[in-house]
Design a protein around this ligand. Sequence first.
Ligand code: ZN
Length: 86
Amino acid sequence: MKDRKCPKCGSSDLKAPRHIRARGVTSAKTADLNIITCRKCMYTEFYELTEGEVAPIDKKAGMIFLFAAVLPTLIGIGVSVWLIWG
Ligand SMILES: [Zn+2]
């Protein structure tokens, strides 16, 4: 399917690969996958991403964590200090 052809129906009309991160039920390990779906018969294949492909995604996830968790905390502390001392 990576050669842009559906192995089931032979169609080359495939959706663009979409990245998904799957987590096991009992394991803390995650799997980064690309899923490619055929538009004609909806056949879907999974491809695990290589380490090189995962690295920039992990970097991005780290940035999202920084903005979603660390920054509001710092702002919260900053506002408290400002209220007390200001
Ligand atoms: Zn197909």
